[in-house]
Design a protein around this ligand. Structure first.
Ligand code: ARG
Ligand code: GLU
Length: 689
């Protein structure tokens, strides 16, 4: 025992004195963390990070679209985000003659910047705690549904009192800590945002899905936009008369580079985490949900892969679908492995035993048993629901039938829906997926959780294959000409189609059999978690609790660090251009770099050009495009990913494995200059080392 103690002390002595990593903190409350941040090397103040009295770093950060982050980098509204965040816009402007996805795009002056209808950026003006106002009129005897309606009415009134749509001011009331607290977020939304620059995908998406979620990484995952405003610097619809927006604050850029151990700070909008759930939920995610979804997606990806490797046209049709399917698939693998490696279920159970002992005789007694009971009721239905969405719902023809039916029933045109569908549809893939998915559904769900319709049809046909043969032979949806000719009068014919019939039968089954259990238990589970969250705070009064992510602005701080993914392997934290050249392979799509990059490298002198780096910041989906900032508040990188071994950080953070991956800002500068020859953009940036 004594020996162990001495050993522990010795170990502590060699570890960095302090480790900053876990946590996504509310900017408004950053004064509670600022001493710790400063102890880790941060040299600015809480007011520099977030202030409503003066310009602060928050005024240079935006929610980009509705799922990414971006940062302003010049007094003329220049904005950085990820290539994968601007992908949709870059694609929209691309055609066979101007393939900006393939070749990149560089405006050479402001007149060449391209408008993007529908794209917005939202600045957080301020946030306020509004719990008392939101709960006004609520009494504890109310049901959860009554409480919800009180919250809704009060929130709407609060939002209405501050929002000003004419001025682009939007507001939202968000529940934090399982609705123990409510915060008002007031945003200023700009809606003329133009595309300024994007590297070719062979840089911006270098490594593709092969390298996604992985280190070593060499992706130049950035794109550049500019915010425009009216003459008064206010939000406005796109107009030629608009002028570049002048922000209250923008990031200065540091070219000093990063060293292992350097303080880093990510300012952005993580989407969703669940750090305070019980062992039951963690077990469900790690041992049931993730594995079943991974297995189903493996089947689909294998089918896609087979056809994509045989045919270039099919590869293009399905590359974006493949990327979507594989992104979560890979993330879940890291998540379930991480949960197993950390023994999170056992660790939570241990915590729950101590908690339950403490809770005895308090108002929290029995709370965990109640939650357990709720999960026991919910899980079979929820598992069936998840299985259904990952199987029957992934057969493209069925979903297409539903979209056409909805268009006809709603009096809308079918052409836009069908145009999009057929452009990227390859029936042999879909037929194979139909067989694989319905077979899996048949094999892996308990009989009580299969629709009557499914069992009857399967018995009638005798096999999934026979069902497929008949359905794809008879369905009108396999024939673009017939779909093009559909009018509102054909609604009955559409609803008699075997593809629609199957889709609809499953929807009805879900609504009747699964949803009632799922939504009813969800209400009770929320209610129990509200108490459990409060109870955890009372149980551990010394601990700092950050709220789960919900796409609101957060601060995560840490430091540049490598990691050891497995025995005898150590990953250094910085990747360089040398590694791109090592991976370069003209025969492999994901690794075929532009010739210009090969030439620049061959000319010499760029071996050490940094590309990406790792740090210990606690990030999640939505943090893509977030500014990575140094101890002096200067921009050193753009966050774009995590390492897959650390993706369980949405549930449990492990300082040994959880790393965020950022583009080194110096690689962006290099690509803008050497590949884009867009030096005019560098001229408006401000550098300070
Ligand atoms: N894994 C990153 C994220 O979750 C990047 C995804 C886009 N890149 C890709 N190769 N699919 O969004
Ligand atoms: N690529 C993710 C995004 O689009 C960020 C990676 C993560 O989940 O941390 O937000």
């Amino acid at each position: 025992m004594k020996k162990l103690f001495v050993l522990t002390l010795a170990l502590l002595a060699v570890l960095p004195a302090l480790r900053a990593e876990e946590g996504m903190w509310l900017p408004m409350l950053i004064s509670q963390r600022i001493e710790d941040m400063q102890a880790h090397g941060f040299r600015l103040t809480a007011e520099d990070v977030y202030s409503i009295n003066q310009a602060s770093l928050k005024d240079a950060v935006v929610l980009f679209g509705s799922g990414c982050t971006g940062e302003v980098v010049s007094r003329d509204g220049l904005l950085f985000t990820n290539h994968h965040c601007g992908y949709g816009q870059i694609q929209q402007h691309s055609s066979v003659e101007h393939d900006y996805l393939k070749d990149g795009f560089w405006a050479m002056n402001r007149g060449e910047e391209l408008p993007n209808p529908g794209l917005t950026v939202s600045f957080l003006e301020r946030m306020d705690e509004v719990t008392a106002a939101v709960l006004k009129g609520y009494v504890p005897t109310m049901s959860e549904a009554q409480r919800d309606s009180v919250v809704r009415v009060n929130s709407d009134a609060i939002v209405k009192s501050v929002a000003n749509p004419d001025k682009g001011v939007r507001a939202r009331v968000e529940a934090l800590y399982y609705a123990n607290q409510y915060f008002l977020f007031v945003y200023k939304v700009y809606r003329d945002v133009r595309l300024v620059g994007a590297p070719p995908s062979s840089i911006g998406k270098f490594g593709g899905d092969t390298d996604n979620w992985m280190w070593p990484r060499h992706t130049g995952d950035f794109s550049i936009f500019r915010i425009y405003a009216d003459k008064n610097n206010e939000p406005a619809d796109y107009s030629e008369d608009n002028v570049p927006f002048h922000p209250k604050r923008f990031f200065e850029i540091s070219r000093a580079g990063v060293q292992e151990g350097d303080f880093t700070f990510v300012y952005g909008c993580p989407g969703s985490t669940k750090e305070y759930v019980t062992s039951d939920e963690v077990r469900y995610v790690g041992e049931v949900s993730d594995p079943q979804k991974i297995a189903l997606r493996t089947l689909r990806l294998d089918i896609l892969q087979k056809y994509m490797s045989q045919d270039q046209a099919v590869r293009i049709q399905y590359s974006s679908k493949y990327a979507n399917i594989s992104n979560a698939w890979k993330k879940w693998q890291g998540e379930s492995k991480g949960i197993a490696r950390l023994h999170t279920v056992a660790a939570k159970q241990d915590f729950e035993r101590r908690f339950a002992a403490w809770a005895r005789g308090t108002r929290y007694e029995g709370l965990l048993d109640r939650l357990s009971g709720l999960y026991a009721r919910r899980n079979p239905a929820f598992r069936a629901y998840e299985y259904y969405t990952e199987t029957v719902r992934t057969v493209e023809l069925l979903s297409f039938a539903a979209q056409v039916q909805a268009a006809l029933a709603g009096g809308r045109e079918v052409a836009p829906v069908s145009g999009r569908f057929y452009k990227d549809y390859y029936q042999p893939i879909d037929e194979e997926i139909f067989v694989a998915m319905l077979s899996a559904f048949d094999k892996n769900l308990e009989p009580g959780y299969k629709p009557e319709y499914f069992l009857r049809k399967l018995a009638e046909y005798g096999s999934v294959e026979a069902w497929r043969d008949d359905l794809y032979a008879r369905s009108l949806f396999t024939d673009p000409a017939r779909v093009a000719a559909l009018t509102a009068d054909d609604l009955a014919a559409v609803e008699a189609d075997p593809a629609w019939e199957l889709y609809d039968a499953f929807s009805q089954w879900y609504l009747a059999e699964l949803r009632p259990v799922i939504s009813e238990t969800a209400q009770d589970i929320n209610l129990a978690y509200r108490a459990y969250m409060r109870a955890q705070m009372e149980f551990e009064p010394g601990k700092a609790f950050y709220p789960d992510a919900n796409l609101t602005l957060r601060v995560a701080y840490g430091h540049v660090a490598g990691y050891s993914p497995s025995d005898a392997v150590y990953y250094a934290p910085v990747s360089t251009l040398k590694g791109i050249i090592e991976k370069d392979n003209p025969d492999i799509f994901d690794y075929d770099i532009p010739q210009a990059l090969r030439d620049i490298y061959a000319a010499g002198g760029h071996d050490a050009q940094p590309v990406c780096f790792l740090a210990t910041n606690h990030t999640s989906g939505g943090n893509s495009g977030s500014p990575v900032i140094n101890a002096d508040g200067r921009l050193i990188g753009i966050n774009f990913d995590r390492v897959w071994e650390g993706t369980m950080s949405d549930i449990v953070f492990d300082p040994d494995y959880c790393r965020n991956i950022s583009l080194d800002i110096r690689y962006l500068l290099f690509v803008v200059k050497e590949i884009g020859h867009a030096d005019w953009l560098l001229d408006e940036m401000v550098f300070a080392d």
